[in-house]
Write a protein that binds this ligand. Sequence first.
Ligand code: SAH
Length: 378
Amino acid sequence: MSAPETEPVKTLPLVFNEPRGRKKPPRHLADLDEAGRKDLLTEMGLPGFRAKQLSTHYFGRLVDDPAEMTDLPATQRDELVAALLPDLMTPLRTQEADKGTTRKTLWRLFDGALVESVLMRYPDRATVCVSSQAGCGMACPFCATGQGGLQRNMSTAEIVEQVVAGARSMARGEVPGGPGRVSNVVFMGMGEPLANYKAVIGAVRRLTDPSPAGLGMSARGITVSTVGLVPRINQLTEEGIPVTLALSLHAPDDELRNELVPINTRFSVAETVEAAWNYARVTKRRVSIEYAMMRGINDQAGRADLLGDVLNSYGDWGWVHVNLIPLNPTPGSKWTASDPKDEREFVRRLEAKGIPTTVRDTRGREIDGACGQLAAEA
Ligand code: SAH
Protein backbone atom coordinates (compact mmCIF):
# COMPACT_ATOMS: atom_id res chain seq x y z
CA MET A 1 0.00 0.00 0.00
CA SER A 2 1.38 3.36 -0.91
CA ALA A 3 1.69 6.04 1.72
CA PRO A 4 -1.28 8.36 1.89
CA GLU A 5 -0.73 11.61 0.12
CA THR A 6 0.15 14.22 2.66
CA GLU A 7 -1.36 17.62 2.51
CA PRO A 8 1.11 20.19 1.27
CA VAL A 9 2.61 21.98 4.27
CA LYS A 10 1.45 25.55 4.36
CA THR A 11 4.63 27.54 4.57
CA LEU A 12 4.33 30.77 6.43
CA PRO A 13 6.22 33.91 5.72
CA LEU A 14 7.57 34.08 9.24
CA VAL A 15 10.57 36.21 8.50
CA PHE A 16 11.14 37.77 11.89
CA ASN A 17 14.85 38.13 11.41
CA GLU A 18 16.67 39.09 8.28
CA PRO A 19 19.57 37.08 6.87
CA ARG A 20 22.90 37.51 8.64
CA GLY A 21 26.08 38.94 7.24
CA ARG A 22 24.47 41.76 5.33
CA LYS A 23 26.05 45.19 5.11
CA LYS A 24 24.44 47.56 7.57
CA PRO A 25 22.99 50.99 6.74
CA PRO A 26 25.33 53.89 7.54
CA ARG A 27 25.43 54.78 11.22
CA HIS A 28 23.73 58.09 11.88
CA LEU A 29 23.10 60.25 14.93
CA ALA A 30 19.42 59.28 14.83
CA ASP A 31 20.47 55.70 15.61
CA LEU A 32 22.00 56.81 18.90
CA ASP A 33 20.78 58.55 22.03
CA GLU A 34 22.55 61.66 23.29
CA ALA A 35 25.13 59.76 25.32
CA GLY A 36 25.86 57.40 22.43
CA ARG A 37 26.54 60.29 20.06
CA LYS A 38 28.94 61.91 22.50
CA ASP A 39 30.76 58.65 23.17
CA LEU A 40 31.18 57.99 19.49
CA LEU A 41 32.77 61.37 18.82
CA THR A 42 35.04 61.02 21.83
CA GLU A 43 36.17 57.59 20.63
CA MET A 44 37.03 59.18 17.29
CA GLY A 45 39.12 61.82 19.03
CA LEU A 46 36.57 64.55 18.32
CA PRO A 47 35.06 66.85 20.96
CA GLY A 48 31.94 65.30 22.48
CA PHE A 49 30.07 68.58 22.74
CA ARG A 50 29.88 68.77 18.95
CA ALA A 51 27.26 66.01 19.12
CA LYS A 52 24.74 68.47 20.52
CA GLN A 53 25.47 70.98 17.77
CA LEU A 54 24.96 68.29 15.13
CA SER A 55 21.71 67.20 16.79
CA THR A 56 20.49 70.80 16.83
CA HIS A 57 21.13 71.07 13.10
CA TYR A 58 19.42 67.77 12.33
CA PHE A 59 16.43 67.72 14.69
CA GLY A 60 16.08 71.36 15.74
CA ARG A 61 16.82 73.37 12.61
CA LEU A 62 16.19 70.58 10.10
CA VAL A 63 19.35 71.52 8.21
CA ASP A 64 20.55 69.12 5.55
CA ASP A 65 23.33 71.12 3.93
CA PRO A 66 26.62 70.92 5.87
CA ALA A 67 27.55 74.37 4.50
CA GLU A 68 24.87 75.82 6.76
CA MET A 69 26.49 74.36 9.87
CA THR A 70 28.63 77.41 10.38
CA ASP A 71 29.15 76.87 14.10
CA LEU A 72 31.28 73.84 13.33
CA PRO A 73 34.93 74.65 12.65
CA ALA A 74 35.59 74.31 8.92
CA THR A 75 38.49 71.95 9.57
CA GLN A 76 36.31 69.49 11.49
CA ARG A 77 33.03 69.86 9.68
CA ASP A 78 33.52 67.14 7.09
CA GLU A 79 34.71 64.65 9.66
CA LEU A 80 31.83 65.41 12.02
CA VAL A 81 29.24 65.19 9.27
CA ALA A 82 30.73 61.93 7.98
CA ALA A 83 30.67 60.49 11.49
CA LEU A 84 27.10 61.35 12.44
CA LEU A 85 25.19 62.76 9.48
CA PRO A 86 25.94 60.52 6.49
CA ASP A 87 23.43 60.49 3.62
CA LEU A 88 20.96 57.72 4.33
CA MET A 89 18.64 57.85 1.38
CA THR A 90 18.04 59.59 -1.91
CA PRO A 91 14.62 60.77 -3.08
CA LEU A 92 13.98 59.25 -6.51
CA ARG A 93 10.50 60.62 -7.12
CA THR A 94 7.78 62.62 -5.41
CA GLN A 95 4.15 62.32 -6.48
CA GLU A 96 1.41 64.68 -5.37
CA ALA A 97 -2.33 64.41 -4.95
CA ASP A 98 -5.09 66.35 -3.16
CA LYS A 99 -3.79 69.68 -4.52
CA GLY A 100 -0.30 69.00 -3.21
CA THR A 101 -1.38 68.23 0.35
CA THR A 102 -0.63 64.51 -0.12
CA ARG A 103 2.95 63.79 -1.20
CA LYS A 104 4.40 60.33 -1.71
CA THR A 105 8.18 60.01 -1.92
CA LEU A 106 10.08 57.03 -3.30
CA TRP A 107 13.46 56.63 -1.57
CA ARG A 108 16.51 54.66 -2.56
CA LEU A 109 18.44 53.38 0.45
CA PHE A 110 22.24 52.93 0.57
CA ASP A 111 22.06 49.39 -0.82
CA GLY A 112 19.52 50.10 -3.54
CA ALA A 113 16.49 48.97 -1.54
CA LEU A 114 13.41 51.07 -2.29
CA VAL A 115 10.84 52.33 0.19
CA GLU A 116 8.07 54.90 0.19
CA SER A 117 6.73 57.43 2.68
CA VAL A 118 3.66 59.65 2.46
CA LEU A 119 3.13 63.13 3.89
CA MET A 120 -0.49 64.14 4.40
CA ARG A 121 -1.48 67.64 5.44
CA TYR A 122 -4.91 68.24 6.93
CA PRO A 123 -6.38 71.54 8.16
CA ASP A 124 -5.41 70.76 11.75
CA ARG A 125 -2.44 68.39 11.50
CA ALA A 126 0.21 66.88 9.27
CA THR A 127 0.97 63.17 9.29
CA VAL A 128 3.91 61.24 7.91
CA CYS A 129 3.21 57.60 7.05
CA VAL A 130 6.56 55.81 7.34
CA SER A 131 7.95 52.49 6.16
CA SER A 132 9.76 50.32 8.69
CA GLN A 133 10.97 47.57 6.36
CA ALA A 134 11.88 47.36 2.69
CA GLY A 135 9.12 45.00 1.60
CA CYS A 136 7.17 42.93 4.10
CA GLY A 137 7.17 39.28 5.12
CA MET A 138 3.56 39.05 6.27
CA ALA A 139 2.11 38.23 2.83
CA CYS A 140 -1.42 39.58 3.33
CA PRO A 141 -2.92 38.83 -0.09
CA PHE A 142 -4.80 42.14 -0.47
CA CYS A 143 -1.76 44.35 0.22
CA ALA A 144 0.64 45.39 -2.56
CA THR A 145 3.67 45.44 -0.25
CA GLY A 146 2.97 41.90 0.91
CA GLN A 147 3.30 40.47 -2.58
CA GLY A 148 7.02 41.10 -2.97
CA GLY A 149 8.23 39.59 0.31
CA LEU A 150 10.70 41.07 2.75
CA GLN A 151 13.98 42.55 1.56
CA ARG A 152 15.32 43.88 4.83
CA ASN A 153 14.67 45.71 8.04
CA MET A 154 15.28 49.44 8.05
CA SER A 155 17.54 51.06 10.63
CA THR A 156 16.25 53.48 13.25
CA ALA A 157 17.83 56.40 11.39
CA GLU A 158 16.31 55.33 8.06
CA ILE A 159 12.88 55.37 9.70
CA VAL A 160 13.47 58.70 11.45
CA GLU A 161 14.84 60.32 8.28
CA GLN A 162 11.46 59.87 6.55
CA VAL A 163 9.85 61.99 9.28
CA VAL A 164 12.65 64.57 9.27
CA ALA A 165 12.29 64.87 5.49
CA GLY A 166 8.55 65.49 5.95
CA ALA A 167 9.29 68.03 8.69
CA ARG A 168 11.68 69.85 6.35
CA SER A 169 9.05 70.02 3.60
CA MET A 170 6.55 71.41 6.08
CA ALA A 171 8.99 73.92 7.61
CA ARG A 172 10.08 75.16 4.20
CA GLY A 173 6.54 75.77 3.07
CA GLU A 174 6.67 73.17 0.29
CA VAL A 175 3.19 71.92 1.15
CA PRO A 176 0.25 74.24 0.40
CA GLY A 177 -1.00 75.93 3.56
CA GLY A 178 2.14 77.78 4.61
CA PRO A 179 5.04 76.64 6.77
CA GLY A 180 4.05 74.11 9.41
CA ARG A 181 5.11 71.13 11.47
CA VAL A 182 4.63 67.39 11.43
CA SER A 183 2.31 66.51 14.31
CA ASN A 184 1.65 62.81 13.67
CA VAL A 185 3.53 59.74 12.54
CA VAL A 186 1.88 56.48 11.55
CA PHE A 187 3.83 53.25 11.03
CA MET A 188 1.51 52.27 8.22
CA GLY A 189 3.86 52.37 5.26
CA MET A 190 5.77 49.36 4.01
CA GLY A 191 6.65 46.62 6.44
CA GLU A 192 5.50 45.10 9.70
CA PRO A 193 6.85 47.44 12.39
CA LEU A 194 6.75 44.89 15.20
CA ALA A 195 8.85 42.47 13.11
CA ASN A 196 11.57 45.16 13.25
CA TYR A 197 10.91 45.89 16.89
CA LYS A 198 14.21 47.28 18.10
CA ALA A 199 14.68 49.78 15.27
CA VAL A 200 11.05 50.88 15.49
CA ILE A 201 11.24 51.51 19.25
CA GLY A 202 14.48 53.41 18.65
CA ALA A 203 12.68 55.55 16.06
CA VAL A 204 9.77 56.21 18.43
CA ARG A 205 12.29 57.33 21.05
CA ARG A 206 14.07 59.68 18.64
CA LEU A 207 10.73 61.15 17.52
CA THR A 208 9.68 61.78 21.12
CA ASP A 209 13.04 62.75 22.67
CA PRO A 210 12.87 66.48 23.50
CA SER A 211 14.53 68.71 20.90
CA PRO A 212 17.41 68.87 20.09
CA ALA A 213 18.12 65.27 21.14
CA GLY A 214 15.08 64.25 19.08
CA LEU A 215 12.11 65.74 17.27
CA GLY A 216 10.18 66.45 20.47
CA MET A 217 6.89 64.96 19.26
CA SER A 218 4.15 63.69 21.56
CA ALA A 219 3.90 59.89 21.79
CA ARG A 220 0.17 60.35 21.50
CA GLY A 221 0.64 61.52 17.95
CA ILE A 222 2.39 58.28 16.98
CA THR A 223 0.54 55.17 15.82
CA VAL A 224 2.17 51.75 15.49
CA SER A 225 0.13 49.45 13.26
CA THR A 226 0.58 45.68 13.38
CA VAL A 227 -0.77 42.45 11.94
CA GLY A 228 -0.72 41.23 15.56
CA LEU A 229 2.61 39.72 16.59
CA VAL A 230 1.34 38.88 20.06
CA PRO A 231 4.66 38.59 21.93
CA ARG A 232 5.73 41.93 20.47
CA ILE A 233 2.45 43.60 21.41
CA ASN A 234 3.06 42.38 24.95
CA GLN A 235 6.59 43.76 24.84
CA LEU A 236 5.27 47.11 23.61
CA THR A 237 2.79 47.10 26.50
CA GLU A 238 5.73 46.86 28.91
CA GLU A 239 7.75 49.53 27.11
CA GLY A 240 5.95 52.41 28.79
CA ILE A 241 5.68 54.65 25.72
CA PRO A 242 2.05 55.71 25.22
CA VAL A 243 1.87 55.34 21.44
CA THR A 244 -1.43 54.44 19.82
CA LEU A 245 -1.65 50.78 18.85
CA ALA A 246 -3.52 49.88 15.68
CA LEU A 247 -4.35 46.23 15.08
CA SER A 248 -5.02 45.14 11.50
CA LEU A 249 -7.77 42.65 12.21
CA HIS A 250 -9.77 42.55 8.94
CA ALA A 251 -11.88 39.57 10.09
CA PRO A 252 -13.46 38.60 13.42
CA ASP A 253 -13.19 34.83 12.85
CA ASP A 254 -10.11 32.63 12.49
CA GLU A 255 -11.25 30.91 9.33
CA LEU A 256 -11.36 34.09 7.27
CA ARG A 257 -8.50 35.82 9.08
CA ASN A 258 -6.20 32.86 8.38
CA GLU A 259 -6.65 33.68 4.74
CA LEU A 260 -6.49 37.49 4.90
CA VAL A 261 -3.73 37.82 7.49
CA PRO A 262 -1.68 34.60 7.29
CA ILE A 263 0.11 35.19 10.63
CA ASN A 264 -3.29 34.43 12.19
CA THR A 265 -2.48 30.73 11.89
CA ARG A 266 0.20 31.44 14.52
CA PHE A 267 -1.72 33.87 16.73
CA SER A 268 -5.49 33.45 16.74
CA VAL A 269 -8.09 36.24 16.71
CA ALA A 270 -8.76 35.62 20.41
CA GLU A 271 -5.08 35.78 21.41
CA THR A 272 -4.47 38.83 19.25
CA VAL A 273 -7.49 40.81 20.42
CA GLU A 274 -6.68 39.93 24.02
CA ALA A 275 -3.14 41.32 23.62
CA ALA A 276 -4.58 44.52 22.13
CA TRP A 277 -7.12 44.81 24.94
CA ASN A 278 -4.34 44.34 27.48
CA TYR A 279 -2.38 47.13 25.77
CA ALA A 280 -5.38 49.43 26.22
CA ARG A 281 -5.86 48.32 29.84
CA VAL A 282 -2.25 48.97 30.84
CA THR A 283 -1.50 52.09 28.79
CA LYS A 284 -4.99 53.66 28.98
CA ARG A 285 -4.66 54.31 25.25
CA ARG A 286 -7.62 53.42 23.10
CA VAL A 287 -6.70 50.76 20.56
CA SER A 288 -7.67 51.13 16.93
CA ILE A 289 -8.93 48.08 15.05
CA GLU A 290 -8.18 48.37 11.33
CA TYR A 291 -10.62 46.63 9.04
CA ALA A 292 -10.21 46.87 5.26
CA MET A 293 -13.67 46.47 3.74
CA MET A 294 -13.58 43.90 0.95
CA ARG A 295 -16.68 43.34 -1.10
CA GLY A 296 -18.33 40.01 -0.39
CA ILE A 297 -15.34 38.83 1.65
CA ASN A 298 -15.48 40.35 5.12
CA ASP A 299 -18.19 43.01 4.87
CA GLN A 300 -21.33 40.99 5.68
CA ALA A 301 -23.73 42.19 8.38
CA GLY A 302 -23.12 38.99 10.32
CA ARG A 303 -19.40 39.73 10.49
CA ALA A 304 -20.11 43.23 11.81
CA ASP A 305 -22.18 41.67 14.60
CA LEU A 306 -19.48 39.10 15.34
CA LEU A 307 -16.77 41.79 15.37
CA GLY A 308 -18.84 43.82 17.82
CA ASP A 309 -19.33 40.78 20.07
CA VAL A 310 -15.65 39.81 19.98
CA LEU A 311 -14.59 43.34 20.97
CA ASN A 312 -17.31 43.73 23.59
CA SER A 313 -16.32 40.46 25.22
CA TYR A 314 -13.43 42.46 26.72
CA GLY A 315 -15.80 45.04 28.18
CA ASP A 316 -17.39 48.18 26.86
CA TRP A 317 -15.30 50.74 28.71
CA GLY A 318 -14.22 52.46 25.52
CA TRP A 319 -10.97 50.55 25.08
CA VAL A 320 -11.37 50.23 21.35
CA HIS A 321 -12.59 51.87 18.22
CA VAL A 322 -12.93 50.48 14.73
CA ASN A 323 -11.45 52.17 11.69
CA LEU A 324 -12.89 50.84 8.44
CA ILE A 325 -10.63 51.27 5.41
CA PRO A 326 -12.31 51.05 2.00
CA LEU A 327 -10.10 48.51 0.17
CA ASN A 328 -7.65 50.28 -2.08
CA PRO A 329 -7.03 48.63 -5.42
CA THR A 330 -3.75 46.76 -5.87
CA PRO A 331 -2.43 45.21 -9.08
CA GLY A 332 -3.69 41.71 -9.73
CA SER A 333 -5.92 41.56 -6.67
CA LYS A 334 -9.28 39.89 -7.16
CA TRP A 335 -10.84 41.94 -4.38
CA THR A 336 -12.58 45.29 -4.52
CA ALA A 337 -13.97 47.80 -2.07
CA SER A 338 -17.33 47.19 -0.46
CA ASP A 339 -20.58 48.58 -1.72
CA PRO A 340 -21.21 51.89 0.15
CA LYS A 341 -24.56 50.50 1.26
CA ASP A 342 -22.88 47.49 2.90
CA GLU A 343 -20.29 49.76 4.44
CA ARG A 344 -23.03 51.93 6.01
CA GLU A 345 -24.78 48.86 7.39
CA PHE A 346 -21.48 47.58 8.83
CA VAL A 347 -20.96 50.92 10.61
CA ARG A 348 -24.55 50.93 11.85
CA ARG A 349 -24.27 47.47 13.37
CA LEU A 350 -21.00 48.21 15.13
CA GLU A 351 -22.39 51.46 16.51
CA ALA A 352 -25.53 49.65 17.63
CA LYS A 353 -23.22 47.53 19.77
CA GLY A 354 -21.66 50.68 21.21
CA ILE A 355 -18.40 50.54 19.25
CA PRO A 356 -17.16 53.91 17.97
CA THR A 357 -16.52 53.46 14.26
CA THR A 358 -14.94 55.69 11.65
CA VAL A 359 -14.33 55.25 7.92
CA ARG A 360 -10.86 56.25 6.81
CA ASP A 361 -10.48 58.56 3.86
CA THR A 362 -8.45 57.19 1.00
CA ARG A 363 -5.91 59.92 0.49
CA GLY A 364 -3.49 59.50 -2.35
CA ARG A 365 -5.26 56.61 -4.05
CA GLU A 366 -4.56 58.01 -7.49
CA ILE A 367 -0.82 58.09 -6.80
CA ASP A 368 -0.88 54.59 -5.27
CA GLY A 369 -0.16 56.22 -1.95
CA ALA A 370 -3.12 54.92 0.03
CA CYS A 371 -3.13 52.05 2.56
CA GLY A 372 -1.73 48.87 1.12
CA GLN A 373 -0.66 50.39 -2.19
CA LEU A 374 2.99 51.08 -1.44
CA ALA A 375 5.08 48.85 -3.64
CA ALA A 376 8.13 51.04 -4.24
CA GLU A 377 8.71 50.40 -7.90
CA ALA A 378 11.16 52.72 -9.58
N1 SAH B 1 2.11 45.78 8.69
C1 SAH B 1 1.34 46.77 9.41
C2 SAH B 1 1.37 48.13 8.76
C3 SAH B 1 0.94 48.10 7.34
S1 SAH B 1 -0.21 48.97 6.51
C4 SAH B 1 -0.09 46.30 9.51
O1 SAH B 1 -0.46 45.37 8.83
O2 SAH B 1 -0.82 46.85 10.32
C5 SAH B 1 -1.42 49.80 7.25
C6 SAH B 1 -2.83 49.27 7.02
O3 SAH B 1 -3.23 49.19 5.65
C7 SAH B 1 -2.99 47.88 7.58
O4 SAH B 1 -4.15 47.87 8.37
C8 SAH B 1 -3.19 47.05 6.34
O5 SAH B 1 -3.87 45.86 6.59
C9 SAH B 1 -3.97 48.00 5.47
N2 SAH B 1 -4.02 47.61 4.06
C10 SAH B 1 -3.17 46.80 3.39
N3 SAH B 1 -3.54 46.67 2.11
C11 SAH B 1 -4.66 47.41 1.96
C12 SAH B 1 -5.50 47.70 0.84
N4 SAH B 1 -5.25 47.20 -0.36
N5 SAH B 1 -6.55 48.53 1.05
C13 SAH B 1 -6.80 49.06 2.26
N6 SAH B 1 -6.03 48.83 3.34
C14 SAH B 1 -4.98 48.01 3.19
